[in-house]
Design a binder for this molecule. Structure first.
Ligand code: PLP
Length: 391
């Protein structure tokens, strides 16, 4: 077993390490600066100023005004706020248009609301994981419609044309929410140029800790609280603020804004080098997702007729952390809903492996994966129960 120090961590779409600069920014708020930001005396007021500074840093990452940012506990909470908040406003008139490849944070929330009377439409994607052109042509969109489409897909990294999609929805009077959990910090987001009404993202995908996130609500967007209590966060999200984590999220957003160009140059080059080597050196390898419209840090490759989980176990033995697109459901390996929605054939879909990079990834990480993958694939293919089957 490889020792933990030398782990090659290529699962940054699952979570990221907390940046040392973020930890440093957070520490005082676990120590001397423990005041309640709502308190009237200076000991609390100083803390409040740090929250407002963090709000500015978060807003700056996406081109928003600080007053349009609400701190949350995670990306899932932001997605829930958007969908359930809209449902609270519109009740059974609610219509939600979403895609077949959304994260469960949106998909399962929409399904929950469907059980309460909302009408749900799931848009299908093509083989590249893209929404087909004219996708809204046959869909009824009105002021009672909330369209929720992710900015970028977590499994494939495919980036949707959010500016055009949101523009089309807004032109017909609907509201638009985007789950930007995977996009924030990896690609430029500017809500001044992209007409989304609501957007959610998460701290732990951009080098802040787990347990904090942010949601954007364009000024004037009708939204109702789903968590009631005190007056915090403008009454939209009650609960005493998680000060150290909010301060950490602010610092992480500031760093992310500085590092977006590195994500799109050095990190992209690492990703491309690994992808090219896997496709060239591993028999039966095939890329999943649009070849160009993708986050710079993500590659998703299938290895025909091999189980993804088996590959992951072998990678783990070699000290490499990645992720697979199949999940164990009732004892059998089922391809993910994303691979299924893309129409990837079963013998590829259940063997998809995602490698996701960060600014902490190195050339050595890529070398180590390239050094072991062809042998792993060859070995597992020899053992594969699928090889003689016809699909
Ligand atoms: N949306 C997407 C696209 C994600 O990838 C994730 C997490 O993987 C989430 C939402 C949920 O975020 P969180 O873990 O912060 O709740």
């Amino acid at each position: 077993m490889a020792n933990r120090e030398s782990t090659v961590y290529l699962d940054n779409n699952a979570t990221t390490r907390v940046a040392p600069e973020v930890i440093e920014a957070m520490m005082p708020f676990f120590g001397d600066r423990y005041g309640n930001p709502s308190s009237i005396y200076r000991f609390g007021g100083t803390v409040r100023r740090h929250i407002e500074r963090a709000r500015e840093q978060v807003a700056a990452l996406i081109g928003a005004s600080p007053g349009e940012i609400v701190f949350t506990s995670c990306g899932s909470e932001g997605d829930n706020m958007a969908l359930k908040g809209f449902f609270q406003e519109r009740g059974e008139r609610t219509r939600i248009v979403t895609t077949a490849v959304e994260h469960p944070a949106v998909r399962n929330t929409a399904r929950f609301l469907s059980g309460r009377g909302a009408k749900i439409t799931e848009l299908s994607v093509d083989n590249n994981g893209m929404l087909s052109g004219g996708v809204f042509d046959s869909i009824d969109i009105s002021r009672d419609t909330l369209t929720s489409i992710m900015w970028a897909n977590n499994e494939t990294g495919v980036v949707f044309p959010i500016r055009e999609l949101a523009g089309a929805v807004k032109a017909r009077g609907g509201l638009f929410h985007t789950d930007a959990v995977q996009a924030a910090g990896k690609t430029v987001i500017d809500v001044k140029k992209v007409p989304v009404d609501m957007l959610a993202f998460s701290g732990h995908k951009l080098h802040a800790p787990k347990g904090v996130g942010a949601a954007y609500f364009r000024a004037g967007t009708p939204v109702k609280a789903i968590l009631h209590g005190g007056h915090q966060e403008g009454g939209v999200r009650a609960g005493t603020e998680n000060v150290p984590y909010i301060v950490g999220l602010g610092r992480a957003c500031e760093l992310a804004a500085q590092r977006i160009s590195e994500e799109n140059t050095r990190v992209r080059t690492l990703r491309d080098r690994l992808e090219k080597a896997l496709l060239e050196k591993c028999a039966g390898a095939k890329l999943n997702g649009h070849p160009t419209e993708r986050l710079p840090n993500t590659t998703n490759v299938s290895f025909e007729n091999i189980e993804g989980e088996a590959i992951l176990l072998h990678l783990d033995e070699a000290g490499i952390a990645a992720s697979s697109g199949s999940a164990c459901t009732t004892g059998s390996l089922e391809p993910s809903h994303v691979m299924t929605a893309m129409g990837i054939p079963y013998n590829y879909a259940h063997s998809s492996i995602r490698f996701s990079f960060s600014v902490y990834s190195t050339d050595e990480d890529v070398d180590r994966v390239i050094a072991v993958m062809p042998d792993i694939v060859e070995k597992l293919r020899r053992l594969s129960p699928f090889v003689d089957q016809v699909f």
